[in-house]
Design a protein around this ligand. Sequence first.
Ligand code: ZN
Ligand code: ZN
Ligand code: ZN
Length: 89
Amino acid sequence: MTSAPCPHLEEVGTVRQSRRRQCDECVKTGDAWLHLRTCQTCAATLCCDSSPNRHASKHAQASGHPVISSAEPGERWLYCYSDDAMMEY
Ligand SMILES: [Zn+2]
Ligand SMILES: [Zn+2]
Ligand SMILES: [Zn+2]
């Protein structure tokens, strides 16, 4: 890890990886998603801000879990919704 741009990203030790290749919320309603993100607090797998339902963003607001990672293959970055901060790992 390089130096983190905010305290939430600083707290992430081992990056949690997605358990599933689907958005936990979109599958319930049959909606489509674009990219997947993983909550670093509870490991929920949710869809990105370019997806129609933006579940990762809604989850961050509702739960107070600010940090997500990209769950896309080959992408290694973390993002904090609270601080609009991003870092690669
Ligand atoms: Zn932060
Ligand atoms: Zn979704
Ligand atoms: Zn969460």
